[in-house]
Ligand binder design. Structure first.
Ligand SMILES: Cc1cc2nc3c(=O)[nH]c(=O)nc-3n(C[C@H](O)[C@H](O)[C@H](O)COP(=O)(O)O)c2cc1C
Length: 388
């Protein structure tokens, strides 16, 4: 019998590109483009992955790599694998279980996952489902009371790590979204609407499951298009004048693991140490914000050398392979964030898809560590790398 149905198709996904193709076949075009797209000419988005090509791995042999331990400890959290699911917005649009699917899958693999301020499941519910360490990603609002209330809510929910995203004081220029009219609430162009009509299965699933919500922003963003759209949330509620002093006050108030996502310069990395952050994530937001900005991988060595002994340095962007992860860890990253790597599988097959993607990543990392002659992550070093 010819294999049929989603499970068989999922089994035929062996890498990022397979999942991306499967997600594309299932999602309405505007939603696929929202995930897949970057800012301006998407140069940074493309370079995020090709940056890894300029770095060669040099394996060691005959080193007795029987048991492989790929666990890491980052920002006080023990992760069974050195990758985690970085916070991303609007997951309910990609699959009707949204963040629930990602939280449960990450928990099964003993790794961390992040809930976005623009998440479609409440951080409390995600916390119950995950079991693993959880990050709450938030933005800095003009309303200081709201910032304090969000931190108090996160503390109450048992969130282990606060993550303030600092590269998004304004939205990136995502031209694919402009062409399709993708926005929240939807304001689709005629072409965008027709692409929804071509994916009735997605539309039925969207319609029969619970309605779309942004529970982290309850009462602040109106999905009906009345009070505040997401773009107005960014322009009206977030504070572009946020300063290091403001963030230092938040770090003190939180009093636990606190990291900044989107730090790229040595100067900023040093400031993050000074104000008491315990982690920084080198990131260009998956190429979705400032096009032309450097890739996190290219910038990693400089930052690790400057502050790596005082703060946990993490990176994300363009990671699609176990070898990408090993290269970043060899340079000195403590862990690596995944974005589209788990979002396409989520769109393709929900929790099962994310689990398969994490399983493939775990298998690749294990095999690659063996081939590199490393039984544990601390055996990876720059001696195993050459840059062209
Ligand atoms: C669809 C999508 C939504 C995202 N939403 C957020 C968000 O709400 N907050 C945030 O800090 N980063 C967000 N990011 C950035 C990711 O956390 C991460 O930095 C990025 O995806 C890494 O690049 P990669 O997708 O190439 O792995 C988003 C990324 C994507 C693709």
């Amino acid at each position: 019998m010819r294999p049929q149905g989603p499970v068989m198709r999922l089994n035929s996904c062996h890498n990022f590109h397979d999942f991306r193709r499967m997600a594309k076949s299932r999602l309405p075009g505007p939603i696929f483009d929202y995930i897949d797209g970057g800012a301006d000419d998407e140069d940074t988005y493309r370079r995020n992955t090709t940056a890894f090509d300029a770095c060669d791995l040099i394996p060691n042999v005959l080193r007795g790599v029987g048991d492989i331990d790929m666990s890491v400890t980052v920002m006080g959290q023990k992760l069974a694998m050195p990758v985690y699911c970085s916070p991303t917005a609007l997951q309910r649009l990609f699959h009707h279980r949204g963040e629930r699917a990602v939280a449960a899958a990450a928990g099964k693999f003993g790794t961390m996952f992040g809930v976005s301020s623009l998440g479609t499941v409440s951080l409390e519910e995600a916390r119950r489902l995950s079991g693993g360490p959880q990050v709450y990603q938030f933005y800095f609002h003009k309303d200081r009371g709201l910032n304090r209330a969000m931190m108090a809510r996160a503390k109450e929910a048992g969130i282990q790590v606060m993550m303030l995203t600092v590269d998004s004081i304004t939205g990136g220029n995502r031209e694919r979204d402009k062409r399709t009219g993708f926005s929240i609430p939807f304001r689709l162009t005629l072409g965008g609407m027709m692409q929804f009509a071509l994916k009735p299965t997605w539309a039925i699933n969207y319609a029969i499951h619970e309605s779309f919500k942004l529970p982290q922003l309850d009462g602040h963003v109106d999905m009906g298009g009345g009070a505040l759209s997401i773009s107005r949330y960014f322009t009206e509620m977030l504070d572009p004048s946020m300063s290091w002093d403001d963030v230092a006050a938040m770090v003190r108030e939180w009093g636990g693991q606190f990291c900044l996502k989107g730090v790229m310069s040595v100067e900023d990395a040093k400031r993050a140490v000074e104000i008491g952050c315990t982690g920084i994530i080198l990131s260009n937001h998956g190429g979705r914000q400032l096009d032309g900005s450097r890739t996190a991988f290219d910038q990693l060595a400089e930052i690790v050398d400057a502050v790596g002994d005082r703060i946990d340095v993490i990176m994300d962007g363009g990671v699609q392979r176990g070898t990408h992860v090993l290269k970043a860890l060899s340079v000195g990253a403590k862990a690596v964030g995944l974005g589209r790597y788990y979002l396409f599988p989520l769109a393709a097959a929900g929790q099962e898809g994310v689990e398969r993607a994490l399983e493939l990543m775990r298998t690749e990392i294990e095999r690659d560590m063996r081939l590199m002659g490393c039984a544990s992550i601390d055996q990876l070093s720059r001696q195993n790398l050459r840059f062209s």
